[in-house]
Every structure is written in C-alpha cells, then in structure tokens.
Design a protein around this ligand. Sequence first.
Ligand SMILES: Cc1cc2nc3c(=O)[nH]c(=O)nc-3n(C[C@H](O)[C@H](O)[C@H](O)COP(=O)(O)OP(=O)(O)OC[C@H]3O[C@@H](n4cnc5c(N)ncnc54)[C@H](O)[C@@H]3O)c2cc1C
Length: 396
Amino acid sequence: MTDGTTDVLISGGGVAGLTAAIAFADAGFGVVCVDPTPPVTDRNADGADLRTTAYLQPGNSFLDRIGVWPKVTPHAAPLQVMRILDASGATHEPHDFDAADVSDAPFGYNVGNWAMRAGLLDRISELPNLQFVPGVATQSVLTRTDAAHVTLTDGTKVTARLLIAADGRASPTRTALGIGVQRHDFGQTALTFAVSHAQPHQNISTEVHRSGGPFTLVPLPDLGGRPCSAVVWMERAATAKTLHTMDEAAFNAAATERSAGVLGDLHLASRRTAWPIISQLADRFYGERTALVAEAAHVVPPIGAQGLNMSLADIEALLDLAQDQPDALGTPAMLQAYHAARYTDVALRKAGVGLLNRVSMQGNPLAQMARRTGAKLLHDVKPIRASLMRLGIGAG
Ligand SMILES: Cc1cc2nc3c(=O)[nH]c(=O)nc-3n(C[C@H](O)[C@H](O)[C@H](O)COP(=O)(O)OP(=O)(O)OC[C@H]3O[C@@H](n4cnc5c(N)ncnc54)[C@H](O)[C@@H]3O)c2cc1C
C-alpha cells in the first residue's frame, strides 16, 4: 500500500466492516478497508468462522440494496417459524411464532458466516473504488477537525474524511479515541456447531429452554443429502468447557438430550467453537472524524439474532446520512446525528436481550414457571405476539 487520502477508511474487515466498505463504495465514495486477518471463506479451513447469522428483514433488504444479497442466496435457508420449547418441566409444550401472521415474507434467512464472507469478497471485486487490504492493521489513530490520520502496520499513512471503527469488541480505534464501555460478563459460553439429523427442520428455528441458557437450532440447507441445522448452545462456562472437549459420540448424545429430541438424533457436522457471552455498550458511538459500528459499539448475547442485525442498521443509518449530505461526511453534525439515530435503539435491545438471557439461565422453579408462563403469554396474547414479531422483523 502507498500513503494516500480517501473518503472513508474502515478499520476491520469482519462481516460488518466488509459490509460497510461495500455500502460506501456502492454509493460512490472512495473506500479503503484494512484487517490483519485475511477472510476465511471455506467452512472446513482452519480459522473459519463457523457461526451462522440469521439476517432479519431490514438487514436483508439493506444487503440487497448494496448488491450483496444475490451473492449469498444459494447458501440462505429461510426462517419461517420460530418455535420456543420449554424443556424444564415434564411436558414440552411448543409455542410457534409464524412469519405468515405478520408478513408475506419469512422472518429472515440463515447464512453461514464463512459463506457471507465469500459473498462479500465477490461483491468487493466488482467495486473499483474500494481497496480491501487484508494482512494490514490499524496501528495508530490521530484525529483533527478536518480528517483522521491513520498509520497502518505496514508503515503506510492514510488520511480519511471519515474513519469507521469496525474492529470488533476490543476495538483498538475506540481505545485510541478514549471512548469507554460498560461491560457485563454473564459467566456463560456459547458453543456453536452444525449438526445433521434424520428429521427435516421444515424451516423452523427452535429454541429449547432449560437452565444454563437456550439451545437454538437454526435451519441450514441440506448437507450431503441430510437435513442440517446450525446450533448455538449456551451454558455456564464450566459446563461448556467440558462439552467442548468431550468425545464426539458422547457429545452427540448430550446434544440430542439437550435438544429434547425435537429433530431426532443429532450428529456433529462441523468443529465446535466457543464464544464467551458478554454484553457491552460504548459510551458514545462517535469520536472526532470517527464512527463506531457493530461490535466496536455494542455486543449482546446471541439471543434473538440481534447482534449483526443491529450492526447492519448502524451501517445503513451512517450511509443514509452520508448520502443525504456528501459534503458533510465525517463532520460533527453528521456523527452526532448518527449517534442520535442509533444509541437508544441499541441500548433498549441490549437491555431486552440481557433480561431474556438472565431468565433463560435460571434453573430455579420460580424462574422456570416465569419462563413457561412468559412463553405462553407471549404466544397466546395475539397483540403481544404480533408486536413482538414485528419488532423482531423491524416492521413495526
Ligand atoms: C455464537 C454467536 C452467534 C451469533 N449469532 C448471530 C445471529 O444469528 N444474528 C446476528 O445478527 N448476530 C449474531 N451474532 C453476532 C455477530 O456474529 C456479531 O455481531 C458479528 O460477527 C460481529 O461482527 P464485527 O464485524 O463487529 O466483529 P468481528 O467479526 O470480531 O470483526 C472485527 C474485525 O476487526 C479486525 N481487527 C481487529 N483489530 C484490528 C486492527 N487493529 N485493525 C484493523 N482490523 C482489526 C479483526 O481481525 C476482525 O476481522 C452472534 C454472535 C455469537 C458470538
């Protein structure tokens, strides 16, 4: 890379950073995006991100608007029904939320993070005004009223009107700007993996609740002719550690038991990866000439598919402001408007997801009863169900 100036510099090329890079380049801005780790696009390769993401309706349309969605449709499984099953009592009564109750479209689509990265790189190759530089990191950041001056690890200096920090939960850009965070550690770990099973999933996403946290099965396209699902299994950290290293046959049996047998016997179809569960919120979503997006701004437990969907909403809000007034790119007025557009919505969702997670973790009978009654109430009272579902798909 050579020294230079650009409209937008993006620190971080995870799913959020690459999406932001495409969004701004698609709108005609000059963009540079850097990340120390080259993206892994093969699910079986070392370092592959084996998580899957449920892209809900608004995020979905945004990815379509910037030309990414057509690249991933072959790998997308529709989410038509969300089923909540309380497995803490003797009876396992399912409560179904059907997307058909509120819309013609499914709630969203599930796509493997590795497949999304491949789609993003494909779209990047079509944008000559976007320079993606893997293998290079942001080293230092100096901001002035007119620009951000960034030194990269290869010694290059880049000057940008707007710096977007998409460099993750430990964001070095956020630290360099002195923006603090509020962090809460839930003492849980999420194990993520794929399973094959004999029974078809019928595009139903199932959350099985007991103590320790939810066990969520999300539909994936068939693998080798067998029905397949992605699993997020949240447990207290010590239990999750045992499960992570357990031999495969014992793990298959434990996962099948924990799933309450909803899809029959489960068979591991990928490696297991472990993610500590925290929630975190930056004190503000901007600094001089800088916007924080995605996990640099907010982290929530993986419940209700909120994390990356909130990140897509961050990027869309920022892009809309930039397109409304291109000359104001990176100015205090634009960045304060971005903060105002996003902070309250994110804080509310973070609080809601945190509350759901706390209730779902509890093993005591009172909490179990609250879970059962809560699920029944949410499901049976039609206006509550409809508005919750609209909130989930962002239509209300
Ligand atoms: C188990 C699990 C399941 C989830 N499921 C869902 C779901 O179904 N739906 C949903 O919406 N969300 C989900 N999420 C959340 C979602 O995965 C995250 O929001 C998303 O991956 C975070 O994206 P990110 O790009 O902000 O961070 P990251 O993916 O962490 O990317 C940050 C990038 O910054 C780079 N970086 C670090 N330092 C530097 C530097 N100095 N310079 C430049 N780059 C740097 C890193 O290499 C990395 O590539 C889930 C999360 C977990 C843990």
